[in-house]
Ligand binder design. Structure first.
Ligand code: KG4
Ligand code: ZN
Length: 358
């Protein structure tokens, strides 16, 4: 039995097939729009939506269509994200659901990122730091239906700040990998530093707008002195990366110091690929387990959405009397489809915009 998943929340267009029982990823195809948005210095929502409309049909390849008879349900990202991008995935998912008579599940993108570290394995309770282009959050996860937001950013997100710094330096989008690489190329300690945000505030909030502004002022200063050459850019990237990652680590430490029962901690989201953040997080966690998604599934993808769909099915079926003594492993595809239809009211999907994250 397979789960089919679709992800189009932002500028990545992806589909996947995952085995329901083993959670093994059997098929994954992704088309990234980075090159198109790069020329505009950031994501243009209208363009993203039109590119999804063009790319989604090409992802319905032979492997995927030949497997449809084994698919038990479809999971599609329905929040949060760019409305016009989400709608493209939702339309395709609704169409496939009607044609193949498959139950349809709306999946939360942020929960998808949490499930990116459970691909091919069972889920377990953990705390996590989600760092992406749109979010910076500490989240406690027990299962799909038991998730608590601990803290979030007051303004910009970690990844977004990298994108802005890259743009200010005249470099490409997405800025995260570019600034990370540039920072690593500077082999000595920087001759200046940026303040670490909210260092003296006793809260778990994050903030990046002040740091972004400090970087902007430094760039202006270097430009005035005609000093913004490649070496200075690399030095600036390193000083920025030091401050931004120290901020995340200080707040994560504060959170962990207040909790004695966290044994597993996950670093997730597109920006969890950051080299310095990974190094510092490993050092901070000591004997606690650090869970990371495989690098290719840190950024947006449909494998994590398929895995989250299975998490959602398991949470739904746990207390369900219709299932009786059966388990996901022993039930037939036909019976499971009927139960899921019953639980989720057929093809109906809630697509109303949500004001909360979970
Ligand atoms: O999770 P993701 O693919 O999309 C969202 O859900 O937002 O995250 C994309 C973000 C971008 O802002 C990108 O610049 C950032 O992740 N990113 C990084 C790195 N790689 C990607 N930020 C810092 N360091 C990196 N190595
Ligand atoms: Zn994401």
């Amino acid at each position: 039995m397979l789960v089919l998943a679709i992800e189009t929340s932002c500028d990545d267009c992806a589909v996947s097939l995952m085995d329901l029982n083993s959670k093994a990823l059997l098929h994954h195809q992704k088309i990234s729009q980075e090159n198109f948005h790069n020329m505009h210095g950031g994501i243009v929502p209208e363009l993203a939506s039109r590119l999804h409309a063009k790319d989604l049909p090409t992802l319905l390849d032979k492997t995927l269509l030949d497997s449809m008879s084994q698919v038990v349900c479809i999971g599609v990202t329905n929040e949060p994200g760019l409305a016009t991008s989400l709608l493209e995935g939702l339309m395709l998912a609704s169409m496939l659901s009607l044609i193949y008579e498959l139950p349809l599940f709306g999946i939360n993108h942020l929960l998808g990122h949490i499930y990116s570290c459970f691909i091919g394995e069972e889920e377990k309770p953990l705390s996590s730091l989600l760092v992406s282009g749109g979010h910076t959050m500490l989240i406690e996860f027990k299962n799909y239906s038991d998730v608590r937001l601990v803290s979030t950013t007051l303004d910009d997100s970690f990844g977004e700040c990298y994108d802005k710094v890259s743009k200010m330096l005249g470099l490409s989008y997405p800025g995260g990998p570019v600034i990370d690489k540039l920072a690593q190329s500077h082999k000595s300690s920087p001759s200046f530093s940026f303040p670490v945000p909210l260092r003296h505030k006793n809260t778990l909030d994050f903030s990046f707008s002040g740091l972004k502004n400090a970087v902007r002022l430094k760039i202006d200063e270097l430009k005035k002195a005609s000093n913004l050459d490649e070496t200075h850019k690399a030095e600036l990237a390193l000083a920025f990366q030091e401050s931004a990652t120290t901020h995340l680590i200080e707040k994560t430490k504060k959170y962990l110091d207040s909790k004695s029962d966290v044994n597993t901690f996950a670093l997730i989201g597109g920006a969890s690929a950051n080299s310095l953040l990974r190094k510092k997080m490993l050092a901070l966690l000591g004997d606690k387990e650090l869970k990371l998604a495989p690098l290719e599934f840190c950024s947006d993808n449909a494998a994590m959405i398929a895995r989250a769909t299975i998490g959602r099915l398991e949470a739904l079926l746990q207390d369900n009397t219709l299932l009786g003594a059966s388990t996901l492993k022993s039930i037939s595809l036909k019976d499971l489809k009927l139960i899921l239809f019953d639980l989720e009211d057929g093809y109906k999907l809630d697509i109303s915009p949500k004001s909360t994250c979970f």
